[in-house]
Ligand binder design. Sequence first.
Ligand code: ITT
Length: 200
Amino acid sequence: MTRKLLLATRNQKKKKELQDILKQLEITIVTLDEIPGLPEIEEDGATFSENAIKKAVTTAAASGMPCLADDSGLVVDALNGQPGIYSARFAGEVSDDLQNNQKLQKMMAGIEDEARNARFVCVIAVSDAQGKVETVEGKCEGKIAFETSGEGGFGYDPLFIPDGFTCSFAELSPKEKNLISHRGKALQKAKPLIMELFLR
Ligand code: ITT
């Protein structure tokens, strides 16, 4: 039997990270781009977990395939947890990474180094076509930099200095980022859930 898992994301850079981390599993990864006609999903949950579950369950039901969804974002202490679940559209409904980073930098202006703590959070939901769903979470603690640096990664990576490092996520290689990132940690926890899907 072919083991096929559908990744429910439209973010191409997130998709690449998920594919890289999952490539050790002996399963075929299929993405939304390969399956036309699947619904757009409104992310209207109040938590990362609600959004990840909605994306995974709705896509699994519509495609008839087991499905993995990621809801993630940056939680900044000095901004009372913003941008949080609104990370993708922080600077407006159609905002891009550059605009989101500029808004974050502006809101963090004048905040001292000791008060710049933040973390990336990633919730992964894994659902079968019948809607049986489980979630796991990964976090990566760090600080918001004063200036952007690096060209790699995506989203807020140029402004995020992970704990134990002096460079930003955007200056790490994909392999280095995946080893310590919120997504890398969540996916390590998700691996047994994924394998279990195919034993049912
Ligand atoms: P899908 O819902 O289609 O997966 P999305 O980009 O809308 O794509 P989310 O709603 O989960 O995904 O929002 C995630 C946002 O959080 C993302 O657009 C970035 O702004 C930020 N983010 C998440 N993980 C990140 C990472 O590893 N590095 C930098 N920014 C990240």
